[in-house]
Write a protein that binds this ligand. Sequence first.
Ligand code: GLN
Length: 192
Amino acid sequence: MIKIGVLGLQGAVREHVISIEACGAEAIVIKRKEQLDEIDGLILPGGESTTMRKLIDKYDFMRSLKEFAELGKPMFGTCAGLILLAKNIVGYDEPHIGVMDVKVERNSFGRQKESFEADLDIAGVAEDFQAVFIRAPHIVQAGGNVEILAKHKERIVAAREGNILGCSFHPELTDDHRLTGYFINMVKEAKK
Ligand code: GLN
C-alpha cells in the first residue's frame, strides 16, 4: 500500500490523515526525521509557517526534508506548507525548505477576507472544487517548469512542479478528497 506521511509538528495534521485514508492509502504522522525513510510521499499541512519552521529546526528536520525532495519523492504543501516549499517568499531574504520554483506572498487575501470559500477549477482534478482559504498565501510568480493548476481572482492558488504540488487553500477541511487523490496518484507514478 502507498504510504503518505503528514509532517506532524504543527497545524491541520489529523484532517490530512482522514483525507489520505479516505483515498485508500496509509497515513503516517511524521514526528521524527527517521520516519521519512518509511514513506512514499509527504504532505506539509497548513498552520503557521513561522512556527513550523522553528519546529523543523528544533527537531533537526531541514536537511532530511531537502533530501526527500532531491530524491524525487513527491511533496504536497497546503497553505503554510506551500510557504515552506517555495523558493521565494515576499519580504524574506531566505526560503524555508525552498524546493519549488515559486514566489509566494503570505496572508495575501487581505484582512476582511481572512477566511473564505471559493469554487475552483483545478486542472486535472475538478471543475467544481470547494476550497477553504484561511489567512492564505498566493503564488505571485512561477518558474518556467511550474504548471499552474488553479487561479482565484487572477491569483495562482494551486500549482505543480514535477513531483512537488502546492496549494493556497485547505483541501483537507471538506469531504472532497479529489486533490488528495491527485497527489496520491503522483506518488504512485513516482514509485513506479
Ligand atoms: N498565514 C499562515 C502562514 O503564513 C498560513 C495559514 C494557513 O496555513 N492556514 O504561515
